[in-house]
Design a protein around this ligand. Structure first.
Ligand code: ZN
Ligand code: ZN
Length: 258
C-alpha cells in the first residue's frame, strides 16, 4: 500500500512547502482520506484515477478544495465521484457546502455521460469497500461528528485517527486488527497549548503518548500529522523527546510504502 500526504501550500515558484494546512491522504493513487488539498495538489495522473473520497468530518481543512475538484472534472467524468461518509457528515456537506449557495448540489447534476457525484453513506463499526480497499470507521472524539479509519488492501493495514482528543473505540478497533503497518495520528498543538487542544478536541505530543499506551500492536510506523504550521518545530521537538520507536512527523508529498 502506498500512502502520500498531499502538500497544501506552495511557494511562489510552485514548490510544495513542508507546512500542513489541509488534510488529504492519497492511497495507491486511487482513494483519498479527506480532501482538503485534493483540488490543488494531485498530479494529472492522480486526477484521472481518484474517484473515491472518504470524508472523516466536514471541517474546512478536510474538505476545502473538494468542491473545486468535482467542478474541474465535471465535463470529463465517465463515472461519478464517490463521497463516502457517515449519514451525519453527508447531511452537513449537503446543508453547508454542496447547497447551491456555497457551491452546486453536484449530486443532483449530470454531464453528457451521467451522474458526477454520489454520496455513499457508511455505518460506523461495519466494514465497507472503497475501490480496492476494505475500510472500517468508528467515531472519535472531536467537536463535530468525526470518524477514525482502519484501512486494508488485503496485505497491509493502516489506521487514521483523523482529528481527535482522547478516544477509546478507535484503539479497540485498531487492536482487533491482526496486524498494523502504520498509524497516522494527529498532533496538532505543542504541550504548552493543552488547554486549546482540549477545547478544540485535538492532541498534544504528551496526550498522544498517553493514547499510544492504549495500542497493543508494536513495531509499526507512527506518523504524526495535522501539526499546526505555526507550531511545527515545537511539536516536532516534543515528539522526538518522547523517544517512541518509529515515530516521526509525516513528510508532505513523500510516498510511504508498506
Ligand atoms: Zn477537525
Ligand atoms: Zn483538521
Amino acid at each position: 500500500m502506498r500512502v502520500q500526504l498531499l502538500p497544501s501550500s506552495f511557494d511562489a515558484d510552485g514548490r510544495a512547502t513542508p507546512a500542513q494546512r489541509l488534510t488529504c491522504f492519497i492511497i495507491d493513487d486511487r482513494v483519498t482520506v479527506d480532501a482538503g488539498s485534493i483540488g490543488i495538489a494531485l498530479t494529472e495522473t492522480q486526477r484521472q484515477t481518484v474517484r473515491d473520497i472518504i470524508v472523516t468530518h466536514p471541517h474546512m481543512d478536510h474538505i476545502a478544495s473538494l468542491p473545486i475538484y468535482v467542478d474541474d472534472l465535471f465535463g470529463e467524468l465517465a463515472q461519478p465521484i464517490h463521497i463516502y461518509a457517515t449519514s451525519e457528515v453527508i447531511e452537513l456537506l449537503k446543508r453547508d457546502v454542496f447547497n447551491d449557495n456555497v457551491y452546486p448540489r453536484f449530486d443532483e447534476l449530470k454531464n453528457d455521460r451521467g451522474r458526477v457525484m454520489d454520496y455513499v453513506p457508511f455505518s460506523t463499526g461495519q466494514e465497507f469497500n472503497a475501490a480496492h480497499l476494505k475500510i472500517t470507521a468508528v467515531p472519535v472524539n472531536h467537536i463535530v461528528p468525526t470518524v477514525g479509519l482502519l484501512v486494508s488492501d488485503g496485505k497491509s493495514t493502516v489506521a487514521f485517527s483523523s482529528d481527535t482528543a482522547e478516544t477509546e473505540e478507535f484503539w479497540t478497533m485498531v487492536n482487533r486488527a491482526p496486524h498494523l503497518d502504520a498509524l497516522f495520528i494527529e498532533a496538532s498543538f505543542p504541550n504548552s497549548m493543552s488547554d486549546l487542544a482540549k477545547a478544540s478536541k485535538h492532541l498534544t505530543p504528551s496526550m498522544l503518548s498517553k493514547e499510544l499506551d492504549k495500542l497493543s500492536h508494536n513495531g509499526m510506523d507512527i506518523l504524526a500529522v495535522h501539526v499546526k504550521p505555526a507550531y511545527r518545530e515545537a511539536v516536532a521537538k516534543e515528539l522526538a523527546a518522547l523517544e517512541i520507536n518509529k515515530l516521526s512527523v509525516m513528510e508532505m508529498g513523500r510516498v510511504y510504502k508498506w
